[in-house]
Design a protein around this ligand. Structure first.
Ligand SMILES: NC(=O)C1=CN([C@@H]2O[C@H](COP(=O)(O)OP(=O)(O)OC[C@H]3O[C@@H](n4cnc5c(N)ncnc54)[C@H](OP(=O)(O)O)[C@@H]3O)[C@@H](O)[C@H]2O)C=CC1
Ligand SMILES: Nc1nc2c(ncn2[C@@H]2O[C@H](COP(=O)(O)O)[C@@H](O)[C@H]2O)c(=O)[nH]1
Length: 327
């Protein structure tokens, strides 16, 4: 792999604008049969999304993926969303009970529009088996599989039947995989995305390491159809995490799905917990994201999101940790 870089090492090169106002730029993207306002999805983590926020996002044409950490609620959630005329998008794991869950979906003819296989190391036979199980029993669900970090993995999961793959092992803000295991795409997530996207024949979700709105445009440039975001969405009024007050400042919790806080035990911990500053309303952040992406499209010299795919870029420096600290 030559040319390894991360988000902060890259700048996109402006092209002549073809619009007279940024408001003419269209940030929407088609993904899995639906068109969404933004190429952005809040991470399927317990301090990032809950049923209420999922409902708001779906109602307002944003993509969402519900987390899998209250597994018993998934059937009722799917039915409730669909009864309201909204799309249902849920996550599954790969353990034995998840096979029974998929069987239950098929038996009761409950077909979520989107299913995401959410595990740390997606390039494995357990994930390939689950892809095949889901595609056999609920073939009409759009299936996202991950997480991976190599072109071989993207090809194998696509070949097994995944409709999209999720790229990113260890670049997340509350991730400590890179430190505890020495593996992953932390520090070179954007280059890994580029490498994977070249091999992909289906859509890719870039997952983790987004620190600024400009990083969304950079992800699109390097091949992402969707960008999964945790820390930037954490800390909002609508975020499910607990709120605390410290030195007169409001903070909200954000913890990793493989943290001790999520697992309830200290076993194979690869995530940490942190507090982020309270950021106000998520709706305002979504509007700001849209405006910033409209501006990015105008700098790309187009009026549609995918104009960003064609721009030149320069590598401005090299870094390892993308601004993260260990603890
Ligand atoms: N994107 C990322 O970089 C990462 C994300 N996470 C998130 O943390 C949550 C928990 O993930 P995960 O531990 O996979 O889920 P689970 O705890 O549900 O584990 C899934 C299964 O895969 C096995 N497994 C876990 N890690 C590996 C591995 N490295 N190699 C082989 N088998 C493995 C587990 O067995 P056993 O436990 O016995 O090994 C278990 O049977 C998920 O939400 C995931 O997205 C976690 C780490 C990295
Ligand atoms: N290694 C770990 N990665 C995790 C954990 N929990 C979630 N994640 C991944 O992080 C992204 C969000 O990244 P961010 O930079 O936007 O905050 C999320 O979508 C997961 O893929 C974890 O415990 N360990």
């Amino acid at each position: 792999m030559e040319n390894v870089f991360d988000y902060e090492d890259i700048q996109l090169v402006p092209a002549k604008a073809v619009v007279n106002s940024r408001s003419e730029c269209d940030t929407s993207i088609e993904f899995g049969g639906h068109t969404f306002k933004l190429p952005v999805v809040p991470a399927n983590m317990q301090t990032i999304v809950d049923e209420k926020l999922a409902g708001y996002l779906a109602e307002n044409n944003y993509f969402y993926i519900m987390h899998r950490f209250e597994p018993e609620k998934r059937i009722a959630f799917t039915k409730d969303m669909q009864q309201r005329g909204l799309f249902a998008s849920i996550s599954v794991g790969v353990k034995a009970e998840e096979y029974n869950f998929v069987q239950q979906l098929a038996d009761e003819n409950i077909i979520p529009e989107y299913i995401t296989i959410d595990v740390a190391h997606g390039h494995s036979n357990v994930v390939i088996n689950m892809i095949q199980h889901i595609k056999k029993l609920v073939p009409d669900s759009f299936l996202i599989a991950g997480n991976v970090g190599t072109p071989e993995a993207v090809r194998e999961l696509e070949h097994a039947g995944a409709d999209a793959t999720k790229v990113g092992i260890g670049p997340g803000k509350v991730c400590i995989t890179k430190i505890k295991t020495g593996f992953g795409t932390g520090g070179w997530q954007l280059a890994a995305l580029r490498w994977c996207a070249k091999a992909a024949s289906k859509p890719i979700i870039a997952d983790g390491g987004i620190r600024t709105h400009g990083d969304i445009a950079k992800s699109v440039r390097f091949g992402a159809s969707m960008v999964m975001i945790g820390s930037l969405f954490a800390g909002h009024e609508e975020s499910p995490g607990q709120t605390i007050e410290q030195d007169g400042k409001l903070l909200k919790e954000y913890f990793g799905s493989a943290s001790e806080f999520q697992k309830g035990e200290k076993k194979n911990v690869e995530g940490k917990k942190m507090y982020v500053e309270y950021k106000g309303s998520l709706k305002d952040t979504l509007v700001e994201m849209e405006q910033d992406l409209q501006s990015a499209i105008s700098y790309a010299g187009g009026d549609q999101l995918l104009a960003i795919r064609n721009v030149d870029y320069v590598i401005v420096k090299n870094s390892i940790f993308n601004g993260d600290k260990v603890y």
